[in-house]
Design a protein around this ligand. Structure first.
Ligand code: ATP
Ligand code: MG
Length: 322
């Protein structure tokens, strides 16, 4: 295949949103709600993309527009290079969505559920992977159980399995690990990473910022229907240009020692924590001062900013600014 033909098959962006807006209509009792206020986002093909934001930010609305579950008010959306208005069927065939809300037919077994969906998408019997998918989400031993008898976490895993049946190049997961225990969360993410290595583009929302920090290549933060940041994770983390030096003394301290009046210093569990901007303070100088105070050092460590700091600084400041 020529490189040209290949690049036509694999678009640069798996998902594209251009000035996407959504207003939910009001009713007698409720004002209309503008959930998306003109969102521009591009998800690079092959990436793991994290969509983060506080409750009610508009994440599910955004995802559900791509899923065909919510009708956009304005703007343009493309899946795998295909416009959802002009090529709805082809566009939807390229995406698998794991919705936030659990809704499923409880009268079938997990295996039957997957086979039904495969039939619905026209996946030939020889290409079906129902058992492989059930194994990947840890439901092999529930293969023939009734769905109504599954626990909440198991139902959520079955939702992931359902989204994978037609082997889509894009998998979108809206809070897939809410209510799933730690061990299974780890297992599910391992499988998601494995799918990504095999070429699937992943878009996920999660309130577990540590997971997003570990997994995602690119991160968008959305707040009150607007994108407040969208960049590679490493760039985003650099935004909070802050480090903390924690000095553990041999004898726990009860107050900040003399000599640290000019520093942003506080006592945490008997240790001295000094926060500074990278390149604006010398650690050697801090240690000298500490020694000069007469206290003795037991241990030292530094803490870097994490995604939670970035998230809070971007969303919390906005909330307080009005
Ligand atoms: N069907 C609906 N009718 C009216 N308003 C809605 C509807 N669905 C969502 N909203 C409102 O739109 C806004 C965005 O909701 P959305 O579910 O997209 O947020 P979210 O970022 O997914 O939040 P969460 O983290 O809680 O899942 C909220 O103010 C919500 O109340
Ligand atoms: Mg949501």
């Amino acid at each position: 295949m020529s490189p040209d033909a290949r690049s036509r098959l694999v678009p640069e962006f798996a998902l594209e949103a251009c000035s996407l807006k959504k207003t939910y209509p009001g009713s007698k009792k409720r004002e209309p709600k503008q959930a998306l206020k003109g969102v521009d986002l591009k998800v690079r093909t092959g990436s793991i993309f994290g969509l983060l934001g506080p409750n009610g930010a508009g994440k599910s609305t955004f995802i559900n527009i791509f899923a065909g579950l919510v009708k956009k008010t304005e703007g343009e959306a493309k899946i795998w290079g295909m416009n959802i208005d002009t090529h709805p069927r082809q566009a939807r065939a390229a995406i698998g969505i794991v919705p936030q809300e659990i809704n499923m037919d409880v009268f079938f077994t997990p295996y039957e559920t997957l086979e039904l969906i495969a039939g619905f998408y026209g996946v030939p019997k020889s290409e079906r992977r129902s058992d492989e998918i059930l194994a990947a989400v840890g439901l092999t031993d529930k293969r023939n159980a009734y769905v109504r008898g599954l626990s909440g976490g198991m139902k959520r895993r079955l939702l992931v399995a359902k989204a994978l049946v037609h082997n889509p190049p894009i998998l979108v997961l809206d809070e897939p690990t809410a209510g799933v225990d730690i061990e299974l969360r780890r297992q599910m993410w391992e499988y998601v990473v494995e799918l990504n290595k095999r070429g699937t583009t992943i878009v996920l929302t999660t309130h577990y910022l540590e997971e997003a920090q570990e997994l995602c290549d690119d991160i968008a933060i959305i707040d009150q229907g607007q994108v407040v940041a969208c960049e590679p994770k490493d760039e985003l983390l650099k935004r909070v240009d802050r480090k903390t030096l924690v000095i553990e003394p041999v004898v726990p301290l009860s107050e900040v020692p003399a000599g640290f009046e000019d520093f942003d210093a506080e006592i945490r569990d008997g240790a001295l924590a000094i926060t500074y901007r990278f390149g604006h303070a010398s650690v050697a100088h801090m240690i000298e001062r500490f020694n000069a105070s007469g206290a003795r050092i037991q241990d030292l460590r530094t803490e870097e900013a994490n995604l939670e700091d970035v998230f809070l600084s971007l969303t919390y400041n906005r909330a307080n600014a009005g």
